[in-house]
Each structure stands twice: as C-alpha cells, then as structure tokens.
Design a protein around this ligand. Structure first.
Ligand code: ADP
Length: 274
C-alpha cells in the first residue's frame, strides 16, 4: 500500500506519494501563499487526478501548520519537522551525522547518531540565511535564482560582509554595488555571510561532524553549497529533491507506523516463527 506525506512549508507545500517499496511515485509542490490548506488540498488533488485509485491512503503531515492540515486532510500521523527531516536523511544516507536544513523562512541543524536525533538547533526568528532572504536579494539584483547560483560559482574575490543582521547586510551590499564591485563577488560574499551567520547562530557550540547532508530548497543554490563546503572543509551530501525531504520523511514514518500496527500476513507469520 502506498503512503502520502505532506510538508507544509512557508514558501511551498509539498506532497509525496511513496510506494510500499519506498519509491517516490509522485511529488507535487504548490506555492503556500499564506493559505496552507488550499495548497495542501490542491497538491493532493493533483496527485489523485493522475492516480484515482489512491483514495483512502494513510496520510502523514509535517511542517508549519501541521496540526491544522492534519485535521483537514484526515491524517493518521503528525510529526515535527526535525523528526521528518531526520527520518528521510537516515533512510537515504544512513551514515550521515549532520543535517543542515534551510527552507523559506527558517533554518535547522540536526545531529544524527546511528540514525537517531542526538541534538538540534533552530532559527525561526532571524531571516538572515533563509530562502526568502536569498530570493529577495536575487530579485533586488535583477537575477533569477539560477543566475544567482551560476554567478556565485564564478566569484574570485567575494566581498566581506560584516553585519550579521539582514538589514545591515543589505546596506553593505548596496554600498559595494555602488562602488562597482562585480555582481558575482557580491552574490558569493552574501552566501559566505549567510553561512557564517548560520554557523554562529543555529549551529553555535555544536560539532558538525561529516558526512553532512544539505536539505531544504536552499540546497539547490550552488552558491550556498560552495560557501558551506569551503567553511566546513567537507563535501556536502545533497539529495536529488532536497525540498521534498520533510514530506518523504513523514511518508516513511507513517509507513513504519502502519506496518507496526497492521503487519502484513507474511510479517505476522514471521513474527510467530511460522
Ligand atoms: P519551505 O519548506 O519553507 O517552503 P523550501 O524548503 O521549499 O521552503 O525552500 C524554499 C527556498 O528554496 C526558496 O526560498 C529558494 O530560496 C530556494 N530554492 C528553491 N528552488 C530553488 C532553485 N531552483 N535554485 C535556488 N534556490 C531555490
């Protein structure tokens, strides 16, 4: 039996359809736009349109409005984002010890030991270093997100941004722009500042042991990947759909829970030693 995982994000609401062999059969992301229920229902409808046979599947929800969306969608499991992100990472990368997760409006650090959450850090208050800040800066510089990433990879002498706060960072960048600094050096200087900010806040006092996975939509940004890799002096492990890891994680968790409550005939027979 397949399973549905929903992750209600600040930027996008994602739905994953996971087969009983834990393969991704479908994935849909809809802009949340402040209306998580609308986004979740529309993503579910999208999946059900292609697969009308899927009514009544077990649903699990994570993300910011998870309790509410859980009720509205008849979910059988609601889990916090740390547990969901960790479950997906442990499934795909069993050796991973550190997860950096950066989404639209918050960033997280999860330390895994033997596939279990040993510690975590969160930043839900400061916008610096989140996807929305990057989106805003790209827009301000007249760049698409893919141009932004490409430019960041070209930078040879990134600017130094000292301010930790986004307001100061923005004014420092404007100053450099007006002084004729190359856009690539501004863009990559910003990525480096965001990474230092993350390491000094979310990850303060924590040991980021490799292997390190990078999850959340910001992992698509090659400038942020480069800055983390240079700062941590290690290559990052990036899943093919980093923004989907929360939805995948809850789908894996609901499968595990469903099977433990309703073991298949074979599993029941095995547990009875038959
Ligand atoms: P949330 O779960 O909070 O909705 P996501 O994990 O979906 O957030 O991440 C959203 C962020 O990911 C966007 O704000 C954007 O900065 C970044 N992002 C998404 N797609 C891309 C892309 N193709 N290239 C660069 N950045 C991207």
């Amino acid at each position: 039996m397949p399973y549905l995982g929903i992750d209600v994000g600040s930027v996008a609401t994602k739905v994953i359809l996971l087969s009983d062999h834990q393969q991704i059969e479908a994935s849909v992301a809809k802009p949340t736009l402040g209306e998580p229920e609308k986004a979740a229902v529309s993503a579910l409808e999208r999946i059900r349109k292609d697969r009308p046979d899927l009514n009544g599947l077990p649903i699990a929800v994570t993300g910011s409005a998870r309790e509410f969306i859980g009720q509205r969608t008849g979910a059988v499991l609601v889990k916090n984002e740390i547990t969901a992100q960790a479950a997906a990472a442990a499934h795909y990368f069993p050796r991973v010890r550190t997860i950096i997760e950066i989404g639209g409006q918050d960033s997280k650090l999860i330390l895994l030991r033997d596939g279990l959450v040993a510690d975590f850090g969160l930043n839900t208050v400061c916008a610096a270093g989140t996807g929305s800040f990057l989106d805003h800066q790209a827009q301000r510089l007249g760049l698409s997100l893919s141009d932004f990433g490409r430019l960041a990879m070209r930078s040879q002498s990134p600017i130094e941004i000292s301010g930790r706060c986004t307001v100061f960072a923005e004014s420092e960048m404007i100053h450099h722009q007006q002084s004729g600094v190359l856009p690539e050096d501004i863009v990559y200087g910003m990525c480096r500042a965001l990474v230092r900010n993350y390491l000094g806040s979310v990850a303060a006092g924590k040991e980021l042991e490799p292997p390190v996975a990078f999850q959340g939509g910001v992992a698509y940004n090659p400038g942020m990947v480069r800055a983390f890799e240079e700062e941590l002096k290690t290559r990052l492990v990036i899943p093919p759909q980093p923004e989907m890891m929360g939805a995948i994680g809850v789908a894996l968790l609901v499968q595990k829970e469903t099977l433990s409550h309703h073991p298949s005939v074979n599993e029941r027979a095995e547990s009875l030693g038959l």
